[in-house]
Design a protein around this ligand. Structure first.
Ligand code: AMP
Length: 115
């Protein structure tokens, strides 16, 4: 990770406001500022140790599993339970924030939506 805190670390620290819908000691979830689906949450490990999902999967697969379980729980609470989980991985794939995060998309998606 870079030396400066990511936007998501600043949300965790309450330095930047966000519409937080879930938080425990290791995961935070909040509404994406530019939603692309009726439900569009970002589900984010609080640690900034992993830039993307491949690093998280290699470094702490159990945390990745808990992130997915949290996404399922949030989709049940905030939508109809079925959902799409998107991890943009790499700048050319659309990743802009290099602090691993899942886009949780629920509801009726626009055709071609990839978050
Ligand atoms: P990605 O492009 O996959 O790295 O996803 C970054 C996402 O973060 C984008 O969908 C942005 O809309 C979202 N985003 C950026 N800043 C904020 C913020 N302050 N609060 C909520 N979502 C944000």
């Amino acid at each position: 990770m870079s030396d400066s805190p990511s936007i998501f670390s600043r949300i965790v620290a309450r330095e930047i406001p966000a519409d937080i819908v879930f938080e425990n000691d290791e995961i935070i979830a909040f509404r994406d500022i530019a939603p692309q689906a009726p439900l569009h949450l970002l589900v984010v490990p609080k640690t900034d140790a992993y830039a993307d999902v491949t690093e998280l999967a290699a470094g702490d697969p159990q945390l990745l599993a808990r992130l997915v379980a949290t996404a399922k729980q949030l989709a049940e609470q905030h939508s109809q339970g079925e959902f799409r989980l998107v991890f943009n991985t790499g700048a050319s794939a659309g990743q802009t924030i290099f602090h691993v995060h899942a886009h949780l998309l629920g509801g009726t998606l626009a055709e071609g939506t990839l978050a």
